[in-house]
Ligand binder design. Structure first.
Ligand code: DCP
Ligand code: MG
Length: 437
C-alpha cells in the first residue's frame, strides 16, 4: 500500500493478509445462463427470470406442446415483460437485458417500462440447485478447500499456491472445467482476502479473471461507491451518503472516531478497514468428513472357517470400495478400522493408525487385514465394515505426512509391525496378508 493509516501499518506487519491467496468464484448471470442452456434460441436476447408465476409456467407448457420441444419454441411466441401484471420481481437478468438498466430485485412491471420486449421466464430453482451442486463438485474434485457462499458463489483457498501465476493457472483451469462440464461461465477474483477477492470477481464479468493486490486498493477501490463493499447494504450506504461519504476513498480518509460514534465501535472500525482493503476473516470451510466407511450385511451369516474364501473376497471388495471412495473425495486416511457384527448382533471394532497417509487399495486392505487379526472369531459373522479416519485433503498430503512424522503419533509405519493380539484364538478367517509393496 502506498499510504497507510497507522492502524493499517500495524495490521500489515502481522503479515497475515498477504500470506493468503483467496479466490472468489461467482457464476455469471447464473439463473439466466441456466435458462439459456435450456432455451439456446434465446442466446443474446434480453431475458429476465422472475419467480414461480403460474401463468408463465402454463404459457410455457402450452408452447412446448405446440412446438414439440422447449428448444423448438419460437422466441417471438414466448411471454414478454410487457404482458406481465403483478408484483413479482426479477431474480436475475441476462447481460443483454442488463444493458437496459434492469437487474436483480427490480419489480417486473418497472423493468417492463425499460425493456418491454424482454422475455420473461419462470424460475426453476431445482434446476439451478442441480447446476450449483455440479460446479461446486468440480471444484472440490480438484481437492480445493471451498467456503460455500450460496447458490452461485464460493471462496476457494489458494494459499498453497507458491505464487500468483500458479493460482491464475488453477483459476483458469477451473473456469475451463466448469464451462466444459456445465456450459456455464463464471468469473474469478484473486486477492489476499475475501473482501478483495469478492470485489475482484465483479470487475470483469463475464468469464473474467481479475486480481487485486493490497497495493492497488487506492487505485481500484477508492473511486468506487461505498455500496461496492460487500457488507455495505443500501441502508448503510444511505447513512454514509448523508455524511458526504459516497466513495470508498472518502470513507478511507474519514475520521474513524466520528464514524465509530455514528455506526458503533465495531461496525465503524470494519468500515474503515474495508475501505483500506483489510479483511482478516478466515475461510469457513465446508465441514470436512471425519470418516468414510463401507459396510455390508452378508446375505447369510457366514462361518469364519467354512466360508473363509467368501469372507475374504467380500472383505477385500469392501476395502477396495473404501479406497475408491477416498480417491473420489480426494482424501487420504491415516487410520483404518474394521467392524464385525456376529449372529448375536454383538458388534466389535479394531483399528490401526499409520504414519503415511494413503488411499491405495492394497495398503488399505493390508492395514485392514492387520485389524482382522486382532478379532476373536467364535461365532458366525453377520456384518462386515471398514472405515477410514484421520482424513486429510489429498493436496495437503505432504503436510499431513510431515506432521505425522514430526509428532510420531504412535502410528505404525508398516502393517507388519503390528502384532496380532489374539492370534492363538483365531478360528481361521484372517489369512496372512501379503507383504506391502
Ligand atoms: N438472485 C435472486 N435475487 C436477487 C439476487 C440474486 O434470486 N435479488 C439469484 C439469481 C442469480 C443468483 O441469485 O442468478 C446469483 O446472484 P448474483 O448476484 O451472483 O447474480 P448473477 O449470477 O445473476 O449475475 P452476476 O453475473 O452479476 O453474478
Ligand atoms: Mg453470479
Amino acid at each position: 500500500m502506498q499510504a497507510c493509516t497507522p492502524a493499517i501499518q500495524g495490521q500489515a506487519k502481522t503479515g497475515k493478509p498477504s500470506d493468503r491467496l483467496i479466490a472468489h468464484l461467482d457464476m455469471d448471470a447464473f439463473f439466466a445462463s441456466v435458462e439459456l442452456l435450456r432455451f439456446p434460441q434465446l442466446q443474446g436476447l434480453a431475458v429476465v427470470v422472475g419467480g414461480r408465476s403460474k401463468s408463465i409456467i402454463q404459457q410455457m407448457q402450452a408452447l412446448e406442446t405446440r412446438f414439440g420441444s422447449h428448444e423448438a419454441i419460437d422466441a417471438q411466441s414466448m411471454p414478454r415483460l410487457a404482458q406481465y401484471q403483478g408484483r413479482g420481481v426479477i431474480t436475475t437478468a441476462s447481460y443483454a437485458a442488463r444493458a437496459y438498466g434492469i437487474g436483480s430485485g427490480m419489480g417486473l412491471m418497472k423493468a417492463a417500462e425499460r425493456c418491454p420486449e424482454a422475455i420473461l421466464l419462470a424460475a426453476d430453482f431445482e434446476r439451478y440447485r442441480e447446476y450449483s451442486r455440479r460446479f461446486k463438485a468440480l471444484i472440490r474434485a480438484q481437492g480445493l478447500a471451498i467456503e460455500d457462499r450460496g447458490i452461485d458463489e464460493v471462496y476457494i483457498d489458494l494459499s498453497h499456491c507458491s505464487h500468483r501465476d500458479e493460482a491464475i493457472t488453477v483459476a483458469r483451469s477451473l473456469q475451463a472445467a466448469i464451462f466444459k462440464d456445465t456450459g456455464l461461465s463464471c468469473s474469478i477474483g484473486l486477492a489476499p482476502n475475501k473482501l478483495l477477492a469478492k470485489l475482484a470477481s465483479e470487475l470483469e464479468k463475464p468469464m473474467g479473471l481479475s486480481q487485486l493486490h493490497s497495493d492497488s486498493v487506492q487505485a481500484v477501490l477508492w473511486p468506487l461507491p461505498v455500496s461496492r463493499l460487500h457488507g455495505v447494504g443500501p441502508r448503510t450506504a444511505e447513512k454514509l451518503k448523508a455524511l458526504g461519504l459516497d466513495l470508498i476513498g472518502q470513507l478511507a480518509k474519514s475520521d474513524p472516531a466520528s464514524l465509530q460514534a455514528r455506526f458503533g465501535a465495531s461496525h465503524g472500525r470494519w468500515l474503515i478497514e474495508a475501505s483500506w482493503g483489510i479483511d482478516e476473516r478466515p475461510m469457513v470451510l465446508a465441514s470436512e468428513p471425519i470418516s468414510i466407511s463401507r459396510e455390508t450385511t452378508l446375505e447369510r451369516d457366514m462361518h469364519p472357517s467354512h466360508d473363509r474364501q467368501a469372507l475374504s473376497e467380500r472383505f477385500t471388495a469392501l476395502c477396495h470400495q473404501l479406497a475408491a471412495d477416498l480417491q473420489a473425495k480426494q482424501r487420504l486416511c491415516r487410520s483404518v478400522s474394521v467392524k464385525i457384527r456376529n449372529d448375536q448382533f454383538k458388534t466389535s471394532t479394531r483399528d490401526v493408525s499409520f504414519a503415511e497417509p494413503t488411499d491405495d487399495p492394497a495398503r488399505i486392505r493390508s492395514w485392514a487385514g492387520q485389524c482382522l487379526k486382532r478379532f476373536v472369531f467364535d461365532r458366525r459373522i453377520r456384518l462386515l465394515g471398514v472405515k477410514a479416519t484421520r482424513l486429510s485433503p489429498r493436496h495437503l498430503a505432504a503436510t499431513a505426512l510431515a506432521d505425522a512424522l514430526r509428532s510420531n503419533h504412535q502410528a505404525a509405519t508398516d502393517p507388519e509391525q503390528l502384532q496380532p493380539v489374539a492370534a492363538s484364538q483365531h478360528a481361521l478367517w484372517p489369512e496372512l496378508e501379503p507383504a506391502l509393496p
